[in-house]
Design a protein around this ligand. Structure first.
Ligand SMILES: Nc1ncnc2c1ncn2[C@@H]1O[C@H](COP(=O)(O)OP(=O)(O)OP(=O)(O)O)[C@@H](O)[C@H]1O
Length: 307
């Protein structure tokens, strides 16, 4: 009964009815090499994200007494694997992976559409998180379109993210919070493009290259149009890692097509994958180096070819 199932956040107290379902032990014994293998095998073209996520999640999962919950903020253009990687993380933590009752996904526009109901949403969101963590401390909360979230709601979850022994008798220090957004995506794209134009090997691009991490941080700190700016999450340093997802090139889209063929039980065909990848739109106008939609709609293109 997580919001990811398409349900609105229920009335306060509603989750008490489901307490019994949260008693099951859905946790896997965490193994960092399992996560490493999955990231290496299934996540294409995201060496910075893969490395940072592996270190952050492994360190956190192995700590028997973390001082605060793990808070990750994923940034990047569309279709480059931000949501996808949350599933990879989830399946290395929970037996039921992303379908676990302990993985809760909130989509700003869907779950919190009306500013006028902010007070109700704020209350329900707090209740939902508090209730779930009190039943299952290792819960995971994913906030999609975080930059569009009302600052008031972001501030509502702040006490859960901080260095607190407990909030109303519940410790949140074993929970994981992941924020997804396109905020800062243009900075990541520009840095990657500059790097490419200088003839550098993409894999040599690092979090600190061209001050990328600082640039993202500064942008979030200064851009009045994104919800994070208005909240105090950034200046109170409650986010542990800002993780950039790079724009994908044609070879990565090709890898996505090959993976999707396996997923769809189609015999993988390198040439067909090549055609599908080439058919996707690329930018900038002159060089056509990055996929406009990343690996989004690869599945639709493939299915379309099968009809
Ligand atoms: N780097 C990648 N490696 C492997 N598959 C990928 C990658 N990026 C995207 N995909 C595929 O494309 C689909 C769409 O990607 P995803 O939903 O993760 O994009 P996103 O970065 O969250 O985009 P948005 O910002 O628009 O929400 C995924 O389900 C996955 O199948």
């Amino acid at each position: 009964m997580a919001p990811s199932g398409g349900d609105r956040i229920p009335e306060a107290g509603f989750w008490d009815l489901f307490d019994v379902f949260y008693k099951d032990d859905d946790l896997l014994s965490f193994n960092s090499s399992g996560l490493e293998n999955d990231l290496r095998k299934f996540l294409f073209g995201q060496h910075i994200a893969a490395e940072t996520i592996l270190k952050a999640v492994s360190w956190f999962m192995k700590d028997p007494d973390p001082p605060k919950p793990l808070v990750l903020s994923f940034h990047g253009p569309t279709g480059v694997g931000k949501s996808y990687v949350t599933k990879i993380i989830a399946r290395n933590i929970y037996k039921m992976g992303g379908k676990s009752n302990h993985v809760h996904t909130f989509i700003s526009d869907y779950h919190f559409p009306h500013t006028c109901e902010a007070e109700t949403h704020e209350f329900q969101l707090r209740q939902w998180i508090h209730g779930n963590v009190s039943s299952f401390p290792q819960s995971m909360f994913i906030f999609d379109e975080m930059d569009k979230m009302q600052p008031r709601l972001i501030d509502a979850i702040k006490p859960f993210l901080d260095y607190n022994d407990n909030v109303d008798g519940v410790s949140f220090n074993k929970a994981i919070f992941i924020f997804l957004s396109n905020a800062g995506g243009h900075i990541i794209t520009n840095v990657t493009l500059d790097f490419w134009r200088k003839g550098n090997n993409r894999e040599k691009l690092q979090l600190q290259s061209e001050g990328m991490e600082t640039q993202i941080f500064k942008y979030l700190f200064n851009d009045e149009n994104n919800g994070l700016w208005h909240s105090s999450l950034i200046n109170q340093h409650l986010i542990d890692h800002y993780i950039p997802f790079l724009p994908l090139e044609q070879k990565h889209v090709h890898q996505c097509v090959m993976a999707e063929m396996v997923h769809l039980n189609i015999t993988p065909d390198y040439d067909v994958a090549d055609k599908v990848a080439r058919d996707m739109p690329f930018f900038p106008e002159e060089e056509k180096i990055f996929a406009v939609k990343g690996c989004k709609s690869v599945k639709q293109k493939l299915v379309w070819r099968q009809i």
